[in-house]
Ligand binder design. Structure first.
Ligand code: SF4
Ligand code: SF4
Length: 373
């Protein structure tokens, strides 16, 4: 049976103590971390929004977890790829959310998935994706810890520890998952990610949650909780139930259970669910909850593709050497071109180019939707 701990935490001033209690209830991080282990901590850094917007994991939670990893003898690395609608989104989000500064101060290294590269992996018993590109730092870590935020989601109703690793995908695969056009199929795609990246532990920031139009445009709500578990699916079942959703209707949970992961009947330790239950206003839905045919149709018209501007390119080869799917091809004359069919839209080339020679070609719809940015 999987255990999920719940601890009350009214605000972030005492969050380290609350997390310590949540960890103690489960027996501590020593169970999963050995001296010298590389420990990847994955907060939810969906967008460049400040902590008080409640869209991202609070920096105090990230810092506290880094300190506990260090105490357990691990080497903490904090990383994520933001909800990438344009290149460079993660670098900005790491700063605005306060996570980069907090992690560095706590003694961790910070990694931007956009620049760290991706690796192709086979998915065991796939439901939607037989192969996936996933962020290298997650695949290379000895221990992986999910640090989700307690929030609603327009597509999956609730977003938590399992869905958090959607951030390990490059943009092209995120888009393909959304273009599946149905909640259930999207949940199966996330379960495919989970079958490759099964975090060893999850600590959820539910001190300030988000209700309404989550995952990034909702309303902050003082839910006053931290939750922890070794089983991410179990944590999601308890957390989704606490805020008023039927846990088994959450597509990412249903997908994971369908693949045989997680305990559908976890035991709660610490505060009782009845004493901390708080109903969240659900999301009213957005572009991703349009009828499937419309989602698929509109999605085709959204694209932001990299292109090498030959006049600026000095042919240094950085993009060529760092493109995970080898989409940057060397031409006979020594120039480089991007093969659009192979490109996974990770934007590493754009980030790494020392001459700003990788430009972005936006479709009309992309220009319109990214106008504010
Ligand atoms: S061409 Fe650029 S954006 Fe496309 S996969 Fe390669 S590095 Fe990523
Ligand atoms: S990294 Fe930039 S300058 Fe170097 S080869 Fe690629 S596009 Fe050209």
């Amino acid at each position: 049976m999987s255990n999920v701990s719940i601890v009350r935490c009214p605000d972030y001033s005492n969050v380290k103590e609350a997390i310590a209690e949540a960890l103690d209830l489960l027996g501590g991080l020593d169970k999963i971390i050995s001296r010298g282990d590389l420990v990847l901590l994955k907060p939810n850094i969906i967008a460049a929004l400040p902590p008080e917007a409640a869209a991202t994991t609070h920096p105090a939670v990230v810092a506290a977890m880094c300190e506990f990893v260090l105490e357990a003898g691990g080497v903490p690395v904090v990383g994520d790829g933001a909800g990438i609608s344009r290149p460079g989104a993660t670098a900005k989000a790491l700063k605005v959310t306060g996570i980069e500064a907090a992690a560095l101060k706590a003694g961790a290294k910070v990694i931007n998935f956009e620049t760290a590269g991706y690796m192709e992996v086979e998915v065991p018993a796939p439901l939607q994706f037989p192969k996936l590109y996933l962020a290298k730092p997650v695949l290379e870590a000895d221990v992986v810890i999910s640090l989700p935020k307690l929030k609603t989601h327009e597509l999956t109703y609730y977003t938590g520890a399992v869905k958090n690793f959607f951030g390990a995908l490059p943009l092209k695969m995120r888009k393909e998952a959304h273009l599946l056009g149905e909640r259930e199929l999207f949940g199966e795609a996330v379960a495919d990610i989970y079958s490759v990246i099964k975090p060893h532990f999850a600590l959820m920031d539910g001190v300030l949650g988000m209700e309404g139009n989550g995952p990034s445009h909702g309303t902050p709500v003082n839910s006053g909780l931290v939750l922890a578990a070794f089983d991410c699916v179990a944590l999601d079942i308890v957390a989704a139930g606490l805020i008023g959703f039927d846990p088994l209707q959450v597509p990412t949970t249903a997908g994971a259970l369908k693949k045989g992961y997680g305990d559908p009947n976890p035991r709660v330790l610490g505060a009782s669910p009845e004493s901390v239950r708080i109903k969240f206003e659900p999301s009213a839905g957005g572009v991703t909850t349009l009828p499937p045919f419309l989602t698929r149709h509109m999605g085709k018209f959204f694209s932001i593709k990299p292109r090498i501007e030959q006049r600026k390119c000095t042919r240094c080869g950085a993009c060529y050497l760092n493109c995970s799917p080898q989409a940057v091809e060397k031409q006979e004359d020594g120039s480089f071109r991007i093969n659009e069919d192979r490109c996974i839209l990770c934007y590493c080339c754009r980030e790494l180019c020392p001459n700003d020679a990788v430009e972005m070609k936006k479709s009309l719809l992309a220009k319109f939707l990214t106008l504010k940015e």
